[in-house]
Design a binder for this molecule. Structure first.
Ligand code: SF4
Length: 289
C-alpha cells in the first residue's frame, strides 16, 4: 500500500497569514487582559478554530453584531477572518471603537477593490459564486449593481442588456472548469462583458493537482472542514475522476472498509487544513494495512 500526496495541498498563504496575525495579537503583552474576538470562523476548519479558542480567542458572529446582540466593548480586539466581511460590519465595528485586525486574504481584498472600481467606471457586476458563502456575501456588500450566479445554468436566466457594460468577477475558490464554460458562453454571445478571472492561485494549483492524482490512485481522501468551500471543490473534482473519493474532517472519520483491495491511496487537503491533521490521518491509514 502506497500513500501519495497531491503535489499541492493544505494551508495556503491566506490562511497561514490569518493564523499568524492571531498569534502575534495573542502574544503581544499589550493585549493581555483584553478581550480578543475572531469574527466568525477565522478559517473553515473546526480544528484550527478550536485550538484558537483554547488559546483564549472568543468568537463573535456577524448576525450577533448586526442584531446588536454581541458583547463587544470599546478597545476590545476583533480579528476579521481570511475570507473577509461586509461593509456594514466594518462600519459597526468602527462605531464601537474596537481595534480591528484585518486578516482578509489579499486575493479577497483585491476582488472587493476591483468590484468597487469597475462599478465606478459604469459596469454592472456579474458575480459567479455561492451567494451564501461569507466571502461572497462580504465582497458583494461593497457593490450596488451585483447579480450573483452560482453556475452557468443560473447565468443563462439573467437578462444581459447588450446596451450596458458588465464585468464578471468570481469567488476565489471557484472551480476553474466551471468558469471556462461560463467564459465560453459569454464570449460567444456578448461583446459587452469584461471577464476578470479571480480564482486564487492557491485554489487553482490544488484543483489541478487533485485531478492529476485522482486519475492515478485507487482511492482518494480529501481532508478538510465541512464548511470549507475549497475542500468541497477538491472533493467534487476528485469524484469526477475517481468514484472512490471520500471527504473527511479528521482521523475519526476514516472507515476501514474503504481500504479493502486498495493499493494506491491519494491524499489531498483543503487550504485551511493543518498539516498535523494530515499526518495523523496518514499514520492511521498505515496502521490499517
Ligand atoms: S484559498 Fe486563496 S483566497 Fe482563500 S485564503 Fe487561501 S490564498 Fe486566500
Amino acid at each position: 500500500m502506497e500513500i501519495i500526496r497531491a503535489k499541492h495541498m493544505g494551508f495556503c498563504f491566506g490562511v497561514a497569514g490569518a493564523i499568524d496575525i492571531c498569534q502575534k495579537v495573542i502574544n503581544d503583552k499589550n493585549n493581555y487582559n483584553r478581550n480578543i474576538y475572531i469574527l466568525g470562523m477565522l478559517v473553515h476548519n473546526e480544528h484550527v478554530v478550536k485550538k484558537l479558542e483554547e488559546q483564549g480567542f472568543k468568537t463573535v458572529k456577524e448576525e450577533e453584531i448586526l442584531q446588536g446582540k454581541d458583547n463587544l466593548n470599546k478597545n476590545d480586539i476583533v480579528i476579521i477572518r481570511a475570507h473577509g466581511t461586509s461593509e456594514k460590519i466594518f462600519e459597526i465595528l468602527k462605531e464601537k471603537q474596537v481595534e480591528i485586525y484585518d486578516a482578509t486574504c489579499v486575493f479577497v481584498t483585491h476582488i472587493r477593490k476591483t468590484l468597487v472600481e469597475m462599478e465606478k467606471k459604469g459596469y454592472d457586476i456579474l458575480f459567479i459564486g455561492d451567494k451564501n458563502h461569507p466571502e461572497v456575501k462580504g465582497i458583494i456588500s461593497f457593490g450596488k449593481n451585483v447579480t450573483v450566479c452560482n453556475d452557468l445554468e443560473e447565468l443563462l436566466k439573467v437578462e444581459i442588456d447588450k446596451n450596458k457594460k458588465y464585468c464578471l468577477l468570481t469567488q476565489t475558490t471557484l472551480n476553474k472548469k466551471k468558469l471556462e464554460k461560463i467564459k465560453s458562453y459569454l464570449e460567444n454571445n456578448f461583446q459587452n462583458v469584461k471577464i476578470l478571472d479571480k480564482i486564487c492561485g492557491a485554489t487553482q494549483v490544488r484543483q489541478e493537482a487533485v485531478e492529476e492524482l485522482a486519475k492515478k490512485v485507487d482511492m482518494l481522501i480529501v481532508i478538510g472542514g465541512k464548511t470549507s468551500s475549497n475542500t468541497k471543490k477538491l472533493y467534487d473534482i476528485s469524484s469526477n475522476f475517481n468514484p472512490n473519493t471520500y471527504l473527511i474532517q479528521d482521523e475519526n472519520d476514516l472507515n476501514i472498509e474503504w481500504f479493502r483491495g486498495m493499493n494506491k491511496i491519494g491524499i489531498t487537503a483543503g487550504a485551511s487544513t493543518p498539516e498535523e491533521i494530515v499526518i495523523k490521518i496518514e499514520n492511521q491509514i498505515r496502521g490499517i494495512h
